[in-house]
Ligand binder design. Structure first.
Ligand SMILES: [Zn+2]
Length: 120
């Protein structure tokens, strides 16, 4: 039996994609949803990680930096794929030092469009 936990985060941000032939070339915004999934063994309290601790880590490291920002100022060509990769690099070490494996990360850019990254 394996146990995984997932926490959902949201943020609003603007971006534009210079290379895009269509409407995404223009400045626009998204209501992003970020799902972070962790796996590990249960501690003495019966949890992989306290959801409140997970919330604080992700909010401080990522959400507070990206929410209501112009993402092109943070990352060049901020596609959903590149943002998800940046989020992975920022978050994985935070969990790793606490002995918890980040197993997957999903970034929903729209209600119908999502990028998923999986641990090797
Ligand atoms: Zn967009």
């Amino acid at each position: 039996m394996r146990t995984r936990i997932t926490r959902l985060f949201t943020f609003e941000a603007a971006h534009r994609l210079e290379w895009h032939a269509g409407r995404c070339k223009r400045l626009h915004g998204h209501h992003y949803q970020l799902e972070v999934t962790l796996a590990g063994t249960l501690d003495d309290n019966g949890v992989i990680m306290d959801f409140d601790e997970m919330d604080a880590l992700v909010t401080e490291e990522l959400i507070s930096r990206w929410d209501h920002e112009y993402l092109n100022d943070i990352l060049s060509n901020p596609t959903a794929e590149r943002l998800a990769g940046e989020a992975w690099l920022a978050l994985e070490p935070l969990f790793e030092v606490r002995g918890v494996k980040m197993e997957s990360l999903r970034l929903w850019e729209t209600p119908r469009s999502m990028v998923e990254l999986l641990a090797q």
